[in-house]
Write a protein that binds this ligand. Structure first.
Ligand code: ATP
Ligand code: MG
Length: 288
């Protein structure tokens, strides 16, 4: 049975409380997370973007605060501290028991622990700010998989008791119809295959509400001559490169159909500044 998707991207975004973006490394996850946030904030929604490795090193000097969205950069260690303090209430106890380099190393290295505390922090924000839109810029595919797998796995492992209760909230948030998972890929075979694999793997761990497949950095529509007869050597070379790229994109669009998601094509934009690119992407998404 074909699912009825809302036709308008922004309308769909505004109907959610939580949107996750993931995909292969470097395809534009952070750009799409931030530009979606900007588009939703322009409609008057209070939006928080949650990241733990945004634009890596370039973000800070580029003043993303000027975008008009709240931006929270999480790190597992401080989320863990916040969580424990919520439970034990006394900072002195925390410092005595947990403020130890060996334990810090453990928190960073223990499989699934940092993902679970990050998910717990997101649940906290989700629970405390029910009218906000939370947009999570997830790390690339493999990490995103363990981010979802860890709390769901922990929840299944502990059948009763405290941990079971704590992770149930997170699982409910992940699988809520007000939560959406978007995939980002370049219009090339490998990123689309990777997005498809991720979708298949995630579908085995839970019934997520799937959103859109963003095909980012597509060839812009250029007013190019249709034939290379009578043009200079340089122009002919540009045309030939453009045609090769078009063929790659056509195959990629075919491949993308296998994901069975509504897809959005985002053109490759001029990149004078990160902030300008995000505003332009928000313009495009606002009309998609
Ligand atoms: N449509 C676009 N047009 C032009 N440049 C873009 C576009 N989308 C992304 N970029 C640029 O490509 C680079 C990578 O984008 P971004 O950082 O959003 O990717 P990412 O998937 O978040 O990467 P990572 O896996 O490292 O977190 C950035 O410099 C960004 O400005
Ligand atoms: Mg990123």
């Amino acid at each position: 049975v074909a699912k009825a998707y809302p036709k308008v991207y922004l309308e769909d975004c505004l109907s959610r409380r939580l949107i996750f973006f993931t995909g292969k490394g470097g395809v534009g996850k952070s750009s799409l997370a931030f530009s979606t946030a900007v588009a939703a904030a322009r409609s008057g929604r209070h939006v928080r973007v949650i990241t733990w490795n945004p634009f890596d090193t370039v973000a800070k000097p580029l003043r993303l605060e000027s975008l008009g969205v709240e931006w929270l950069q999480l790190d597992p260690l401080s989320c863990f501290k916040e969580y424990v303090l919520l439970k034990v209430k006394f900072e002195r106890v925390y410092n005595m028991v947990f403020d130890h380099p060996v334990l810090h190393a453990f928190i960073r290295a223990a499989p699934g622990l940092s993902e679970s505390v990050l998910a717990g922090k997101i649940w906290n924000l989700y629970d405390n700010h029910p009218s906000d839109l939370l947009i999570v810029d997830l790390p690339s595919s493999g990490h995103a998989l363990s981010f979802f797998q860890s709390p769901i796995g922990v929840h299944k492992m502990f059948r009763v008791g405290f941990v079971h209760e704590e992770t149930r909230n997170i699982c409910e948030m992940f699988l809520s119809p007000e939560t959406r998972l978007d995939l980002v890929a370049l219009p090339e075979e490998m990123p689309i295959v990777e997005a498809h694999e991720l979708k298949k793997k995630l579908s085995t761990i839970g019934e997520f509400s799937w959103g859109y497949l963003h095909l980012n950095q597509c060839l812009p529509d250029l007013p190019l001559p249709s034939s290379s007869t009578g043009v200079s050597e340089e122009v002919a070379q540009v045309l030939s490169r453009h045609e090769k790229r078009q063929a790659i994109e056509r195959d990629a669009f075919e491949e993308a159909k296998s994901l069975e998601l509504p897809s959005l094509k985002i053109p490759k934009l001029p990149t004078e500044s990160l902030v300008a690119t995000i505003h332009e992407m928000a313009d495009i998404l606002g009309k998609a």
